[in-house]
Design a protein around this ligand. Sequence first.
Ligand code: SAM
Length: 273
Amino acid sequence: MSDNANVIDQSSPSIARVYDYLLGGKDNYEVDRAVGDHFKLNLPGSVSIAFTNRQALIRAVREMAEAGLTQFLDFGSGLPTADNVHQVAQRVNPEARVAYIDNDPIVLAHGRALLATNDNTTVVQADVRDSAGIRAHPEVNRLIDFDKPVGVIFSAILHHLNDDEDPRAVVDYWTGQIAEGSSVFISHFRSGHNAETREAEGKLQSTFGRGRWRTDEEIAALFGDLRLQEPGVVAAALWHPEEPAADAPRIGSAERELTIWEELIVAAIADKR
Ligand code: SAM
Protein backbone atom coordinates (compact mmCIF):
# COMPACT_ATOMS: atom_id res chain seq x y z
CA MET A 1 0.00 0.00 0.00
CA SER A 2 1.44 3.40 -0.92
CA ASP A 3 2.04 6.17 1.63
CA ASN A 4 -1.00 8.12 0.43
CA ALA A 5 -3.28 5.09 0.22
CA ASN A 6 -5.63 6.67 2.73
CA VAL A 7 -5.88 10.03 0.96
CA ILE A 8 -9.02 10.54 -1.12
CA ASP A 9 -7.90 11.46 -4.65
CA GLN A 10 -10.49 13.76 -6.18
CA SER A 11 -8.60 14.17 -9.46
CA SER A 12 -9.17 10.71 -10.91
CA PRO A 13 -12.30 8.53 -10.91
CA SER A 14 -12.68 5.80 -8.32
CA ILE A 15 -14.56 2.54 -8.89
CA ALA A 16 -16.43 2.88 -5.58
CA ARG A 17 -17.50 6.48 -6.26
CA VAL A 18 -18.59 5.91 -9.87
CA TYR A 19 -20.63 2.91 -8.71
CA ASP A 20 -22.12 5.04 -5.94
CA TYR A 21 -23.10 7.66 -8.54
CA LEU A 22 -24.76 5.03 -10.75
CA LEU A 23 -26.75 3.82 -7.74
CA GLY A 24 -27.93 7.38 -7.08
CA GLY A 25 -25.60 8.00 -4.13
CA LYS A 26 -24.05 11.30 -3.04
CA ASP A 27 -20.53 10.19 -2.09
CA ASN A 28 -18.88 11.10 -5.39
CA TYR A 29 -17.01 13.97 -7.06
CA GLU A 30 -17.19 15.78 -10.40
CA VAL A 31 -14.59 13.46 -11.92
CA ASP A 32 -16.71 10.40 -10.97
CA ARG A 33 -19.94 11.93 -12.24
CA ALA A 34 -18.29 12.71 -15.58
CA VAL A 35 -17.36 9.04 -15.96
CA GLY A 36 -20.78 7.94 -14.71
CA ASP A 37 -22.51 10.25 -17.20
CA HIS A 38 -20.30 8.91 -19.97
CA PHE A 39 -21.36 5.37 -19.01
CA LYS A 40 -25.02 6.36 -18.83
CA LEU A 41 -24.84 7.92 -22.29
CA ASN A 42 -22.78 5.26 -24.04
CA LEU A 43 -23.76 2.22 -21.98
CA PRO A 44 -27.39 2.90 -21.23
CA GLY A 45 -27.60 -0.26 -19.16
CA SER A 46 -25.01 0.89 -16.60
CA VAL A 47 -27.58 1.90 -14.03
CA SER A 48 -29.64 -1.25 -14.41
CA ILE A 49 -26.49 -3.40 -14.19
CA ALA A 50 -25.56 -1.72 -10.89
CA PHE A 51 -29.06 -2.23 -9.45
CA THR A 52 -29.35 -5.78 -10.80
CA ASN A 53 -26.06 -6.66 -9.14
CA ARG A 54 -27.00 -5.03 -5.87
CA GLN A 55 -30.37 -6.79 -5.73
CA ALA A 56 -28.76 -10.19 -6.36
CA LEU A 57 -26.30 -9.46 -3.53
CA ILE A 58 -29.17 -8.62 -1.19
CA ARG A 59 -31.02 -11.84 -2.06
CA ALA A 60 -27.83 -13.85 -1.62
CA VAL A 61 -27.03 -12.37 1.81
CA ARG A 62 -30.59 -12.93 2.97
CA GLU A 63 -30.45 -16.56 1.84
CA MET A 64 -27.06 -17.14 3.46
CA ALA A 65 -28.37 -15.64 6.71
CA GLU A 66 -31.57 -17.70 6.51
CA ALA A 67 -29.41 -20.78 5.96
CA GLY A 68 -27.81 -20.03 9.33
CA LEU A 69 -24.66 -18.07 8.51
CA THR A 70 -24.02 -15.47 11.17
CA GLN A 71 -20.75 -13.90 10.00
CA PHE A 72 -19.78 -12.32 6.70
CA LEU A 73 -16.63 -11.08 5.00
CA ASP A 74 -17.54 -8.60 2.25
CA PHE A 75 -14.64 -7.90 -0.12
CA GLY A 76 -14.89 -4.73 -2.23
CA SER A 77 -17.89 -3.73 -0.19
CA GLY A 78 -18.26 -0.29 -1.74
CA LEU A 79 -19.80 2.84 -0.26
CA PRO A 80 -22.79 2.60 2.04
CA THR A 81 -25.99 2.43 0.02
CA ALA A 82 -29.71 1.80 0.52
CA ASP A 83 -29.53 -1.71 1.95
CA ASN A 84 -26.14 -2.84 3.17
CA VAL A 85 -24.96 -6.36 3.89
CA HIS A 86 -25.15 -5.99 7.69
CA GLN A 87 -28.69 -4.58 7.48
CA VAL A 88 -29.85 -7.48 5.31
CA ALA A 89 -28.15 -10.09 7.51
CA GLN A 90 -29.21 -8.45 10.79
CA ARG A 91 -32.85 -8.41 9.69
CA VAL A 92 -32.59 -12.20 9.70
CA ASN A 93 -30.33 -12.43 12.73
CA PRO A 94 -29.70 -9.26 14.77
CA GLU A 95 -26.45 -10.80 16.03
CA ALA A 96 -24.98 -11.22 12.53
CA ARG A 97 -21.43 -9.86 12.17
CA VAL A 98 -19.96 -8.26 9.05
CA ALA A 99 -16.39 -7.23 8.20
CA TYR A 100 -16.35 -4.90 5.20
CA ILE A 101 -13.09 -4.73 3.23
CA ASP A 102 -12.34 -2.14 0.54
CA ASN A 103 -9.13 -0.50 -0.66
CA ASP A 104 -10.74 2.86 -1.45
CA PRO A 105 -10.16 5.38 1.36
CA ILE A 106 -13.59 6.92 0.76
CA VAL A 107 -15.23 3.67 1.85
CA LEU A 108 -13.39 3.88 5.17
CA ALA A 109 -14.20 7.58 5.54
CA HIS A 110 -17.93 7.23 4.88
CA GLY A 111 -18.26 3.62 5.97
CA ARG A 112 -17.03 4.23 9.50
CA ALA A 113 -20.14 6.30 10.17
CA LEU A 114 -22.69 4.24 8.26
CA LEU A 115 -21.40 0.69 8.02
CA ALA A 116 -19.55 0.31 11.29
CA THR A 117 -22.69 1.13 13.21
CA ASN A 118 -22.22 -1.21 16.13
CA ASP A 119 -19.83 -3.72 17.64
CA ASN A 120 -20.95 -6.33 15.11
CA THR A 121 -19.71 -4.47 12.03
CA THR A 122 -16.38 -3.05 10.94
CA VAL A 123 -14.79 -1.45 7.88
CA VAL A 124 -11.18 -2.32 7.05
CA GLN A 125 -9.22 -0.52 4.38
CA ALA A 126 -7.22 -3.22 2.62
CA ASP A 127 -6.52 -4.60 -0.79
CA VAL A 128 -8.24 -7.87 -1.64
CA ARG A 129 -4.95 -9.01 -3.21
CA ASP A 130 -3.37 -8.91 0.26
CA SER A 131 -5.18 -12.00 1.57
CA ALA A 132 -2.69 -12.78 4.33
CA GLY A 133 -2.72 -9.18 5.58
CA ILE A 134 -6.53 -9.22 5.77
CA ARG A 135 -6.53 -12.61 7.49
CA ALA A 136 -4.19 -11.24 10.16
CA HIS A 137 -6.07 -7.94 10.62
CA PRO A 138 -7.20 -7.54 14.25
CA GLU A 139 -10.62 -6.14 13.28
CA VAL A 140 -11.30 -9.09 10.99
CA ASN A 141 -10.32 -11.49 13.75
CA ARG A 142 -12.39 -9.61 16.32
CA LEU A 143 -15.55 -10.26 14.29
CA ILE A 144 -14.91 -13.42 12.27
CA ASP A 145 -14.41 -16.78 13.94
CA PHE A 146 -12.78 -18.89 11.26
CA ASP A 147 -13.65 -22.10 13.11
CA LYS A 148 -17.30 -21.41 12.28
CA PRO A 149 -18.98 -21.04 8.85
CA VAL A 150 -18.58 -17.70 7.09
CA GLY A 151 -20.43 -16.09 4.19
CA VAL A 152 -17.70 -14.75 1.92
CA ILE A 153 -18.77 -12.10 -0.58
CA PHE A 154 -16.95 -11.04 -3.73
CA SER A 155 -19.66 -8.86 -5.26
CA ALA A 156 -18.57 -7.06 -8.42
CA ILE A 157 -14.92 -6.97 -7.36
CA LEU A 158 -13.06 -9.85 -9.00
CA HIS A 159 -13.53 -8.38 -12.49
CA HIS A 160 -11.35 -5.50 -11.25
CA LEU A 161 -8.44 -7.94 -10.89
CA ASN A 162 -6.26 -8.75 -13.90
CA ASP A 163 -5.48 -12.37 -14.75
CA ASP A 164 -1.89 -12.02 -13.51
CA GLU A 165 -3.29 -11.00 -10.11
CA ASP A 166 -4.87 -14.45 -9.99
CA PRO A 167 -8.41 -13.94 -8.67
CA ARG A 168 -8.80 -17.73 -8.49
CA ALA A 169 -5.91 -17.83 -5.99
CA VAL A 170 -7.65 -15.13 -3.93
CA VAL A 171 -10.82 -17.21 -3.71
CA ASP A 172 -8.78 -20.37 -3.06
CA TYR A 173 -7.00 -18.67 -0.18
CA TRP A 174 -10.28 -17.86 1.57
CA THR A 175 -11.72 -21.27 0.75
CA GLY A 176 -8.77 -22.68 2.65
CA GLN A 177 -9.44 -20.42 5.65
CA ILE A 178 -13.17 -20.98 6.11
CA ALA A 179 -14.90 -23.83 7.93
CA GLU A 180 -17.15 -26.42 6.32
CA GLY A 181 -20.66 -25.08 5.97
CA SER A 182 -19.35 -21.75 4.64
CA SER A 183 -20.59 -20.22 1.38
CA VAL A 184 -18.94 -17.97 -1.20
CA PHE A 185 -20.92 -15.50 -3.32
CA ILE A 186 -19.44 -14.08 -6.51
CA SER A 187 -20.96 -11.62 -8.94
CA HIS A 188 -18.89 -10.74 -11.96
CA PHE A 189 -19.01 -9.01 -15.34
CA ARG A 190 -19.49 -11.56 -18.06
CA SER A 191 -17.67 -11.50 -21.38
CA GLY A 192 -18.30 -13.32 -24.60
CA HIS A 193 -22.05 -13.21 -24.31
CA ASN A 194 -23.12 -10.55 -26.79
CA ALA A 195 -21.68 -7.92 -29.09
CA GLU A 196 -22.08 -5.09 -26.57
CA THR A 197 -19.78 -6.82 -24.13
CA ARG A 198 -16.49 -6.04 -25.79
CA GLU A 199 -17.19 -2.33 -26.04
CA ALA A 200 -18.42 -2.11 -22.47
CA GLU A 201 -15.43 -4.05 -21.15
CA GLY A 202 -13.04 -1.79 -23.07
CA LYS A 203 -14.66 1.34 -21.61
CA LEU A 204 -14.33 0.05 -18.07
CA GLN A 205 -10.72 -1.02 -18.58
CA SER A 206 -9.69 2.27 -20.14
CA THR A 207 -11.42 4.26 -17.38
CA PHE A 208 -9.91 2.38 -14.44
CA GLY A 209 -6.80 1.06 -16.17
CA ARG A 210 -7.44 -2.50 -15.06
CA GLY A 211 -9.82 -5.39 -14.89
CA ARG A 212 -10.99 -8.32 -16.94
CA TRP A 213 -14.43 -9.62 -17.77
CA ARG A 214 -14.70 -13.39 -17.83
CA THR A 215 -16.78 -16.07 -19.47
CA ASP A 216 -19.26 -18.14 -17.47
CA GLU A 217 -16.76 -21.02 -17.47
CA GLU A 218 -13.97 -18.79 -16.18
CA ILE A 219 -16.26 -17.42 -13.47
CA ALA A 220 -17.37 -20.91 -12.44
CA ALA A 221 -13.68 -21.89 -12.25
CA LEU A 222 -13.06 -19.10 -9.71
CA PHE A 223 -14.97 -21.22 -7.18
CA GLY A 224 -12.35 -23.98 -7.41
CA ASP A 225 -13.40 -27.06 -5.43
CA LEU A 226 -16.45 -25.46 -3.83
CA ARG A 227 -19.83 -26.96 -4.69
CA LEU A 228 -21.93 -24.62 -6.86
CA GLN A 229 -25.51 -24.18 -5.69
CA GLU A 230 -28.34 -24.34 -8.21
CA PRO A 231 -28.72 -22.77 -10.72
CA GLY A 232 -24.94 -22.30 -11.09
CA VAL A 233 -23.50 -19.20 -12.74
CA VAL A 234 -26.43 -17.29 -14.25
CA ALA A 235 -27.38 -13.71 -15.06
CA ALA A 236 -27.65 -11.95 -11.69
CA ALA A 237 -31.28 -11.04 -12.41
CA LEU A 238 -32.06 -14.76 -12.68
CA TRP A 239 -30.18 -15.80 -9.56
CA HIS A 240 -32.99 -16.85 -7.19
CA PRO A 241 -35.35 -14.12 -8.45
CA GLU A 242 -38.14 -12.95 -6.21
CA GLU A 243 -41.36 -14.81 -6.87
CA PRO A 244 -43.93 -12.17 -7.86
CA ALA A 245 -47.39 -12.27 -6.31
CA ALA A 246 -49.71 -14.48 -8.29
CA ASP A 247 -51.56 -11.52 -9.82
CA ALA A 248 -48.49 -9.31 -10.43
CA PRO A 249 -46.94 -8.72 -13.86
CA ARG A 250 -44.02 -11.11 -14.34
CA ILE A 251 -41.31 -8.48 -13.86
CA GLY A 252 -38.11 -9.79 -12.30
CA SER A 253 -39.12 -13.39 -12.67
CA ALA A 254 -37.13 -16.01 -14.49
CA GLU A 255 -39.77 -16.02 -17.17
CA ARG A 256 -39.12 -12.57 -18.56
CA GLU A 257 -36.49 -11.91 -21.18
CA LEU A 258 -33.33 -10.20 -20.00
CA THR A 259 -32.12 -6.98 -21.58
CA ILE A 260 -28.69 -7.22 -23.22
CA TRP A 261 -27.38 -5.20 -20.28
CA GLU A 262 -28.69 -7.58 -17.66
CA GLU A 263 -26.82 -10.35 -19.48
CA LEU A 264 -23.57 -8.60 -18.58
CA ILE A 265 -23.51 -9.41 -14.87
CA VAL A 266 -23.73 -12.91 -13.46
CA ALA A 267 -23.94 -14.29 -9.93
CA ALA A 268 -23.52 -17.59 -8.13
CA ILE A 269 -23.05 -19.11 -4.68
CA ALA A 270 -20.94 -22.15 -3.89
CA ASP A 271 -20.58 -24.03 -0.62
CA LYS A 272 -17.75 -25.63 1.27
CA ARG A 273 -18.90 -29.12 2.23
N1 SAM B 1 -19.58 -4.99 -3.55
C1 SAM B 1 -20.39 -3.82 -3.80
C2 SAM B 1 -21.60 -4.21 -4.60
O1 SAM B 1 -21.57 -5.24 -5.26
O2 SAM B 1 -22.59 -3.47 -4.60
C3 SAM B 1 -19.57 -2.73 -4.51
C4 SAM B 1 -19.06 -3.12 -5.87
S1 SAM B 1 -18.08 -1.83 -6.64
C5 SAM B 1 -18.43 -2.11 -8.33
C6 SAM B 1 -16.43 -2.53 -6.50
C7 SAM B 1 -15.75 -2.20 -5.19
O3 SAM B 1 -14.53 -2.96 -5.12
C8 SAM B 1 -15.36 -0.74 -5.05
O4 SAM B 1 -15.82 -0.24 -3.82
C9 SAM B 1 -13.84 -0.74 -5.11
O5 SAM B 1 -13.26 0.28 -4.31
C10 SAM B 1 -13.52 -2.13 -4.59
N2 SAM B 1 -12.22 -2.65 -5.06
C11 SAM B 1 -11.74 -2.65 -6.32
N3 SAM B 1 -10.52 -3.21 -6.36
C12 SAM B 1 -10.23 -3.56 -5.07
C13 SAM B 1 -9.11 -4.17 -4.45
N4 SAM B 1 -8.03 -4.53 -5.16
N5 SAM B 1 -9.14 -4.39 -3.11
C14 SAM B 1 -10.23 -4.01 -2.38
N6 SAM B 1 -11.31 -3.42 -2.91
C15 SAM B 1 -11.32 -3.19 -4.24
